[in-house]
Design a protein around this ligand. Structure first.
Ligand code: DON
Length: 306
């Protein structure tokens, strides 16, 4: 398959859509991103890499970090994790609070913010003698094989200042006894994980184990158990795009996870990991051109799972 040719075609075909989405502005520093930017990277399980656009420009991975914290939480808790976070699509926006009271403080899934906060709680418990932010950063550097990956302190600070909704979610869940650690500690780690800054190439490389049954095909590291990878991919497919998860599965047919920085990580099991980035978002907070690029990718490669 000529991935480089396909990426060039996609770059041309998404060009008219660039700038049509709105850059996230509920966290002021995110509004500094340029809606016209676009990048896409493919890393295959054989180790071949293909890039197009601004693939050397790091961006804020935001909610895509929830995939990697979920991996840590599943390794620590196994199926016990599902006692305090569900695995159903929420049909609500990423930071919604409406279902939480009705469902006794148990979030619908690990990718909406409430669920991600439970997952980050498990990460903190896992890191008893270690700063969870350092643990996560080291993990992302190892998986991406890039020491350049960093947590952008300015983004983390802006998240913290404007994090009242997340604070509400965390304290609300605390009132139901769902959390093990202090809400402020969970929030500090959550804001830092959202502020991880990576390129599309680094992100696709970091997600490659998801396309290879939990084993990093290039280092042979066993990153995750077979069951954990199956479950993470299933959740990405069903819940990775909030109240547009059905639409993404319909159009792209691959497990994917979006972030309000405009990134999307997608997985073609057995074949490759793909990351697309463009900061202009649709109304649900998913990259408009990034979703389109992935739709074109699955159509052109025939990698749509269905
Ligand atoms: O929790 C927040 O507000 C963000 N920093 C992360 C949200 C996010 O990326 C939602 N995804 N589309």
């Amino acid at each position: 398959m000529d991935y480089q040719k396909i990426l060039h075609e996609i770059e041309i075909e998404v060009a008219p859509s660039l700038g049509q989405g709105a850059v996230a502005d509920y966290i002021p520093i995110l509004s500094e991103a340029n809606a016209e930017d676009f990048a896409m990277s493919v890393v295959t399980v054989a180790g071949d890499r293909f890039h197009v656009g601004r693939a050397a420009t790091p961006f804020s991975i935001q909610s895509i970090s929830k995939v990697f914290t979920l991996l840590v939480a599943l390794e620590r808790d196994g199926d016990a994790l599902w006692e305090r976070v569900g695995r159903e699509p929420s049909g609500t926006s990423f930071n919604s609070i409406v279902q939480l009271e009705r469902e006794n403080g148990v979030p619908r899934n690990p990718f909406i913010n409430a669920g991600a906060l439970v997952v980050t709680d498990a990460l903190i418990s896992r890191c008893a003698d270690e700063d969870p932010r350092d643990f996560l950063l080291a993990m992302m550097r190892r998986l991406s094989q890039s020491a350049r990956v960093r947590i952008d302190a300015k983004v983390a600070e802006s998240e913290k200042i404007w994090g009242d909704r997340n604070r509400s979610l965390a304290y609300f869940m605390k009132s139901f006894g769902v959390l093990e650690n202090r809400p402020e500690d969970i929030l500090d780690t959550y804001f830092c994980q959202c502020a991880l800054e990576m390129t599309t190439g680094e992100l696709a490389r970091a997600g490659l184990f998801l396309a290879n049954d939990g084993v990093d095909p290039l280092t042979s590291e066993k990153v995750a158990a077979h069951d954990a990878v199956n479950r993470i991919n299933a959740l990405m497919l069903t819940c990775g795009h909030y109240d547009r998860s059905g639409d993404f599965a319909f159009r792209v047919g691959l497990p994917g996870k979006s972030g309000v920085g405009g990134g999307i990580l997608a997985v073609a099991p057995g074949v490759c990991a793909v990351a697309a980035w463009s900061p202009g978002l649709n109304e649900a907070g998913n990259s408009l051109s990034g979703s389109l690029a992935l739709e074109l990718f699955s159509a052109k490669t025939g990698l749509n799972l269905f």
